[in-house]
Design a protein around this ligand. Sequence first.
Ligand SMILES: Nc1ncnc2c1ncn2[C@@H]1O[C@H](COP(=O)(O)OP(=O)(O)OP(=O)(O)O)[C@@H](O)[C@H]1O
Ligand SMILES: [Mg+2]
Length: 269
Amino acid sequence: MTAKTIVVGNFKGGVGKTKVSVMTSWEYANVHNKKVLLVDMDPQGNASTLIARSAGITEINKTIFDGFQEGNLENVILNVNENLDLIPAAVSFKNFSKFLYQNFKTDLEQITLLKKLLDPLKEHYDYIFIDVPPTISDYSDNAMMASDYVLIILQAQELSLEGAETYVSYLQFMHDEYEAEIQVLGVLPVLLRAGGRVDQTTVERATELFGEDNVFSNVIKHLERLKAWDVTGIKNIDHHDRKAHQTFLDVVNEMEEKLARFEEEESNV
Ligand SMILES: Nc1ncnc2c1ncn2[C@@H]1O[C@H](COP(=O)(O)OP(=O)(O)OP(=O)(O)O)[C@@H](O)[C@H]1O
Ligand SMILES: [Mg+2]
């Protein structure tokens, strides 16, 4: 088993990155019975909070920054349930850049630390998801260098590809500068606004930019229940819960198809 590592990206705040990385991890682990590791690379720790709340975890002793400082992430893995593990983050992680500059000389060493520490863990998982902050930073650089794929979030109602477009230039830059080898797994339209609808022009432009095969046919609609889960934790009690889960299960299924296609292409090379 070697984990496929996927970062959920978009350089804009509050577009649903964390929700998508948490929920896809959750469905893969709890419904598809895959071994999943969710890595929280955001000092805000939103993914960690949501997972902890959902699993009734009240205390987090060690976080990702301890792992970086100790040069080993294995000891900071939090077992959430049978198939899901979490490497949690907390505000102390804000000193990541300072730590990198003080301890590593070259750019390349600084941005490949996560990769170096994550590689030995890959044999234990089917999937590793990485949640990142909405900034071009040491967090996102490390996540990108450690990942095989990026799932790009598209704000489907904003009449703009801002955020997703920036991501493409950044991918190109990282490839030219550091030979980053990361593939676009797909572009997932997300609707955060109530009453919003998928803007066809935006989706068409995304299709031109990323290629027809790369834009997900599933869309994450605006679901009040997803917001409620921020407070209650992830639930599965009534039909609103089931509808929210189904939304992400559909995405996971489409993701599986896309991954299978990539593997097939690779084996044909
Ligand atoms: N499909 C959705 N429908 C309704 N609300 C949503 C949906 N997805 C996310 N939200 C809510 O929108 C807010 C932002 O979502 P989220 O934290 O996932 O975004 P983000 O891109 O990770 O933000 P940041 O850039 O701060 O990391 C949260 O309150 C979340 O519950
Ligand atoms: Mg987030």
